[in-house]
Design a protein around this ligand. Structure first.
Ligand SMILES: Cc1cc2nc3c(=O)[nH]c(=O)nc-3n(C[C@H](O)[C@H](O)[C@H](O)COP(=O)(O)O)c2cc1C
Length: 170
């Protein structure tokens, strides 16, 4: 019944240091302003799960529509079996505070350190403290430029949409 929560925004989760890995994730949730916390629910069988457990760090990267192909690769192949990065047109950059790298082509990279782990059914909710962030032109003074098309997953499977480019002020 979780499908009734969709569409949800889609992000990329970077994990690992020596051989970094990237997976797609819809289940990313803001949790606290002070300290700045977010949660990501990662299936226990994912390679990302193993890497986050081992290193206690991850990066949440914000892709735009131009990266849909990369998102799909990240969300359908496992780093346990494939060198996903070799198939993706993405550039890894050194992050500011964590050892896990950031993604150059993404509009924001939120650097997180795990402060809590909660076993929730078949997923683990990794609670990350956001220790630093880098961002691109899509963010002006912390606000998103809505002419950029942020990726939204339109249900389980291969359906995607974006925000509508329209702007409203109330
Ligand atoms: C758009 C999209 C969103 C996804 N969201 C999540 C998610 O929030 N949590 C999760 O555990 N898996 C999610 N998945 C599945 C993983 O990305 C997928 O199983 C991936 O192959 C795991 O890679 P890994 O084994 O290299 O970590 C999603 C897949 C797609 C295509």
């Amino acid at each position: 019944m979780l499908e009734y929560l969709y569409p949800l925004r889609t992000y990329l989760i970077v994990s690992g240091v020596e051989k970094p890995n990237i997976m797609a994730a819809d289940w990313v949730v803001p949790l606290s302003f002070n300290p700045q916390l977010l949660g990501v629910a990662v299936g226990r069988q994912r390679y990302t799960h193993k890497l986050i457990k081992e290193l206690g760090e991850f990066v949440v990267a914000v892709p735009t529509l131009e990266l849909l192909k990369e998102v799909w690769i990240a969300g359908t192949l496992s780093g346990a079996k494939e060198d996903k990065l070799a198939r993706m047109k993405l550039t890894l950059l050194k992050s500011k505070k964590v050892k896990v790298p950031s993604i150059k082509e993404c509009q924001a990279n939120l650097e997180c350190r795990v402060v809590k782990e909660l076993e929730v059914g078949d997923h683990t909710l990794f609670v990350g403290e956001i220790v630093d962030v880098t961002f691109g032109d899509a963010f002006i003074k912390g606000k998103p430029d809505l002419s950029y098309r942020y990726i939204m997953h339109a249900g389980f499977g291969n359906n995607f949409t974006t925000n509508t480019n329209e702007k409203f002020e109330i």
